[in-house]
Design a protein. Sequence first.
Length: 162
Amino acid sequence: MILATHVITGASIASLVPEHPAVGFIAGFVSHFILDSIPHWEYKIPPSLVGHEGVGKMKFDRELILGLLRIFLDLFFGLIIAFLIFFWTKGFSVSIFCGIIGAILPDILTAVSRYLKFEPFFSIDRFHHFIHSPKKMEDWYFWGPVMQVAIVFVFVFVAKML
């Protein structure tokens, strides 16, 4: 899944427990793995960014800059939507903020684990890789994003109805 989907879903789940930031964080964290287990579309991340070429080797080139830009735009877009849906209508909530952090943390830890080869990073990365759906929809440039928008709508709808 892309970061925007994780951000909005984490915010949606955490909005259900506004008085419990720790529960919001844990729910967001767990939701990341559940969503990643579903076959989905995602954009490619430059290999040098996630360290596949070796520990500490990062090739600063056009591909890396464009990859970082894509990741930051994805995150920014998700945060803006979460802000408009939850923070703007309900006001700031520590629980929602914690749900967002929890929802994106597995991807951050995966990137960090490529360079810091020790626990708990190693085990989290292995689990993340294990749970991640082997079926990729990289050629689904239309249906892949549509599916993620549908997932977001379901989570937001449930969060707003409860």
